[in-house]
Design a protein around this ligand. Structure first.
Ligand code: IPM
Ligand code: MN
Length: 371
């Protein structure tokens, strides 16, 4: 809980997870320690969850881990899931950690910054660092995801999951989008503060409803431009004119899909942090999965998780009015920007050959430099 004042130490529930999860988590923790004047500002406690935990114990998300996550000041995660470690319905067991957290802690705002950092060559020609800088605000508790575990398969012939969109759920995420736009500098293309509502209002009632509610909320924010895009067209826009976007707000599954597309335009999933925020809790990780194919080789890109650490510090810092954390967040951001400007520091997924350890060390060294 926060009473809006700084704490001597913040309790962080750490879940390392599966595949490359433990490696990237470790990298993130090292960067956090390097960026803070005193690493003891974060009190780290580790808990088990994920596919490995399921294999060992038969439970993917132990209740004790849930309680610790709920009661901590923030939750920091590597990555979870091993393909093939599934429940009898075919869905992956390891994913229960992140998914149950979303629902049980009501982490309704999934914040996914898509930013082209200096040193990264975009998959899109003509776009330079600075020209892609938007945030996808993904509604994180509704849509088809709300049906997880409740779908039906009938006679082996018909399967259904039901998508849920509520007024309350839509209002709160759209409000967040406008509030976020107010704090930003607008779209790179024209400097306009803009919220784009992304849906499929032309085909389904639930999305037409999402758009209607969003339009009502927008009336309270005349200083921010309101824009609409159908999700299929959005995949084209994010490739052809990413500089037009500032804040994009969208339904859960659309947000899942377009945030991966956005990540691909700024270096890939390895560069994409994500913050899942509710009224009381914040959960931070990279948006990529556990990449079991490269686990244990020391070559995973740690930067997504390191940037997620910066998002955690920024969220905690704002919530507790703690400038020490805000400064440390800015330090990590700056350090990542500097490190990847050096081609020798690019990881494999960005076309380089640097190891996770080398990149992490360089980021930590940079974090320790006087500002
Ligand atoms: C994400 C992931 C998750 C999702 C999975 C791992 C459950 O893809 O955070 O984008 O589908 O939301
Ligand atoms: Mn995803």
């Amino acid at each position: 809980m926060s009473d809006g004042t700084p704490k001597a130490a913040y309790e962080i529930a750490v879940v390392r997870g599966d595949g490359i999860g433990p490696e990237v988590c470790e990298a993130g923790l090292q960067a956090l320690a390097a960026a803070l004047p005193d690493p003891a500002k974060l009190s780290l406690k580790e808990y088990p969850a994920g596919a490995g935990c399921y294999q060992e114990t038969g439970v993917a998300f132990p209740e004790t881990t849930f309680e610790a996550c709920r009661d901590a000041d923030a939750i920091f995660h590597g990555a979870a899931g091993i393909p093939g470690v599934t429940y009898r319905d075919g869905t992956e067991a390891g994913l229960d950690f992140g998914l149950q957290l979303r629902f049980r802690l009501d982490l309704y705002a999934n914040i996914r910054p898509i930013k082209l950092h200096p040193g990264i060559v975009s998959a899109l020609r003509h776009f330079e660092p600075g020209s892609i800088d938007y945030v996808i605000l993904r509604e994180n508790t509704e849509g088809f995801y709300a049906a997880r575990g409740g779908g039906n398969v009938v006679r082996g012939e018909i399967a259904s999951d039901t998508s849920i969109i509520t007024r309350a759920g839509t209002e709160r995420i759209v409000r967040q989008a406008f509030e976020l736009a107010r704090t930003r500098n607008g779209a790179p293309r024209d400097g306009k503060k803009r919220v784009t509502v992304c849906d499929k209002a032309n085909v389904l009632r639930s999305y037409a409803f999402f758009r209607k509610v969003a339009t009502e909320v927008a009336e309270n924010y005349p200083d921010v431009e309101l824009d609409f895009a159908l999700v299929d067209a959005m995949t084209v826009h994010l490739v052809k004119r990413p500089d037009f976007y500032d804040v994009i707000v969208t339904e859960n599954m659309f947000g899942d899909i377009i945030s991966d597309l956005g990540a691909a335009t700024v270096g890939g999933m390895g560069m994409s942090p994500t913050a899942e925020i509710g009224a009381q809790n914040g959960f931070f990780q990279a948006a990529h999965g556990s990449a079991p194919d490269i686990a244990g080789q020391g070559i995973a890109n740690p930067l997504g998780t390191i940037l997620a650490g910066a998002m955690m510090l920024e969220w905690l810092g704002k919530r507790h009015r703690d400038n020490v954390l805000m400064d440390a967040a800015a330090r990590i951001d700056r350090a990542v920007g500097k490190v990847i400007e050096d081609p020798a520091m690019l990881p494999g997924d960005l076309g380089g050959r640097a190891t996770s350890a080398a990149i992490t060390e360089a980021v930590c060294r940079e974090c320790r430099q006087p500002a």
